[in-house]
Design a protein around this ligand. Structure first.
Ligand code: GDP
Length: 196
């Protein structure tokens, strides 16, 4: 898929304020700093479309971007902030849950995982929760350029092995690097394949 246009539409904290209509939505989620904004900018080839971590306040919002006038790319708040208070964590969790469980237009959720990390409890539990609720999702392993040689792939395989202890069937997965523009075609082709 070629990206002909990508524009910011709206930021909000409530599912019922999200854009009306029935265009399909592809949402992106992950722990803070996983490289979500960089990935969105890389996919859309718009270097400043999603604001990176250094922008305060943006982490609490559901951000809708209209792509090719055909689908929405949705940037969800990051989860798992060790430094935030319980009240704020609960608030973010509620926004995420309401969107994921309540938004009929959501066609697929991309869960971002830093490819350098060992499987983390918070991500595994989150994916388990998605499975229990029948939410369609795929995994994107980010920052592949940070590991040299075949090490990124080795790490991903280790991760998948761990997942297969928990799951009968593995979700689709992609390896990406925003730095090296890796994984762009595969992710966009995947979106196109389910957008038909
Ligand atoms: P977010 O909080 O998930 O939106 O993460 P950001 O996109 O703001 O990225 C967090 C940090 O990781 C920033 O310093 C980015 O420059 C860096 N980063 C993100 N993606 C990549 C990548 O693919 N490769 C490398 N080397 N660094 C990355």
């Amino acid at each position: 898929m070629e990206i002909l246009s990508a524009e910011f539409v709206i930021s909000n904290t409530k599912v019922d304020k999200c854009p009306q209509g029935n265009l399909p939505e592809y949402a992106f989620i992950g722990r803070s700093n996983v490289g979500k904004s960089s990935l969105i900018n890389m996919l859309t080839k718009r270097p400043k479309l999603a604001m990176t971590s250094s922008t305060p306040g943006k982490t609490l919002l559901i951000n809708h971007f209209l792509v090719n006038n055909e689908w929405y790319l949705v940037d969800l708040p990051g989860y798992g902030f060790a430094l935030r208070g319980k009240k704020q964590v609960d608030k973010i969790q509620k926004i995420i849950e309401d969107y994921i469980l309540g938004r009929e237009q959501m066609t697929n959720l991309f869960v971002l995982i830093d490819c350098r990390l060992e499987p983390q409890k918070i991500d595994l539990e989150f994916m388990e929760w998605l499975g229990e609720n029948g939410v369609p999702f795929a995994i994107i392993f980010t920052k592949a350029d940070k590991l040299s040689g075949g090490k990124a792939k080795d790490n991903v395989n280790k991760y998948l092995k761990k997942l297969s202890e928990q799951w009968e069937e593995l979700p689709p997965y992609f390896l990406s690097s925003s730095e090296k523009k890796l994984g762009r075609k595969e992710i966009l082709d995947y979106i196109e394949s389910i957008n038909r």
